[in-house]
Design a protein around this ligand. Structure first.
Ligand code: KG4
Ligand code: ZN
Length: 346
């Protein structure tokens, strides 16, 4: 087998990192600077491409990433007021996610590094989410407890330090965001409907439909949301399907998910004696979840800003910077992993 020895201009002064996120249906690019933070962060949504299909079509996602990534890199550089020669390293999402979509970011990121003769690094998407609150002025000190809630993941983690993660509990089936998306589809609110459910819930009665709080009757920190999905389907089919009933279902559903997440966080805090809790991933944008967690006593809660809750390039640029500055870098093989537990080595 051929062994490729990379020839890389290793910089002892890693300052400015370009981050590329292409794991699902958002193309995200950002530039992180060690001295000045995020210089620019741009995102191109693919919502128009996937809406007619009611969900993300992996092949179409890859094609859109191919179309969008290079122009977005150019626009992000322009917005940041830097040129390619100012970039010291490139980070891209190497997994988990849609494999074709990941390969676009990996191939572009790795090739850019090769052409510029600078190091590149593949970043774990959930590590990006996890570290996004570190980009805020009020950032958590290590160690902390983290609730990662996105379209593909629901995990409680103990974070001892950067790159020292322990999974305490996770979903056994659907992720919280996935449950939001499936409920939104059922209520005909379009795909990626988390924000639409939250908006509709405002005019609904959250006590009208008594929905289950999965796994709360059992010990441990795992989650399960598929039973809730079935209960929502039953409630909807047995209702008059009026606009008010839809709003009441949205409110009852949101209440059930938030209540479950908050109670599991409380259980994890009790178990680990954590005084700091980080919430990250798309569902961390949910206002009701934020309100309920802010009521926790003796635990300070940290969130990313709204733009860094859902998929974005900033979190990848930042996580990549932390790896690159420690000397971690790719060889010349371009790698991406559709499945990749956060605790497993790249
Ligand atoms: O982190 P993310 O952008 O992508 C993944 O890594 O999966 O998360 C997307 C998920 C979707 O399921 C979306 O419906 C959900 O986050 N989401 C929300 C809200 N905003 C986004 N769920 C509930 N309330 C919101 N405000
Ligand atoms: Zn994500």
């Amino acid at each position: 087998m051929l062994r490729f020895i990379p020839f890389i201009r290793h910089t002892t002064n890693m300052q400015t990192v370009l981050g590329i996120e292409t794991s699902c249906d958002d193309t995200g690019v950002a530039i992180f600077c060690a001295k000045r933070g995020i210089l620019a962060c741009l995102k191109q949504s693919q919502i128009d491409t996937h809406t007619p299909y009611g969900g993300v079509v992996p092949e179409l996602a890859s094609r859109d990433h191919i179309k969008f990534t290079m122009p977005l890199i150019q626009a992000t550089l322009a917005k940041a007021g830097v040129s390619l020669k100012d970039i010291d390293g490139v980070a891209y999402t190497a997994g988990p996610g849609l494999i074709g979509a990941l390969f676009v970011g990996a191939a572009i990121g790795r090739s850019l590094g090769y052409a510029l003769n600078i190091p590149t690094v593949g970043v774990h998407h959930m590590e990006g989410h996890l570290l996004a609150p570190m980009l805020e002025a009020n950032k958590p000190a290590y160690p902390f407890l983290a609730l990662l809630v996105s379209g593909g993941h629901t995990q409680l983690m103990h974070v001892e330090d950067f790159a020292r993660y322990e999974i305490l509990g996770q979903t056994l089936d659907d992720a919280a965001g996935e449950a939001f998306d499936k409920t939104a589809k059922l209520l005909e609110l379009g795909y990626l409907g988390g924000p639409a459910i939250a908006a509709l819930a405002q005019s609904g009665d959250s006590t009208r439909f008594p929905l289950p709080r999965p796994m709360l009757d059992r010990p441990g920190l795992d989650f399960s949301f598929s039973g809730l999905k079935t209960a929502v389907l039953r409630a909807f089919n047995e209702s008059d399907k009026s606009e008010q009933s839809k709003a009441d279902i949205a409110a009852s559903f949101q209440e059930a998910v938030v209540d479950t997440l908050v109670r599991k966080c409380k259980r994890a805090i009790k178990q680990t004696h954590a005084t700091r809790l980080v919430i990250a991933g798309g569902v961390s944008a949910n206002q009701l979840l934020r309100e309920r967690l802010n009521e926790l006593r003796d635990t300070e809660v940290f969130y990313p800003r709204m733009a860094y809750c859902t998929d974005n390039g900033a979190m990848i640029a930042y996580a990549g910077y932390l790896h690159l500055v420690q000397g971690k870098a790719d060889d010349l093989t371009i790698r991406a992993k559709a499945r990749w537990p956060l605790t497993e080595k790249y």
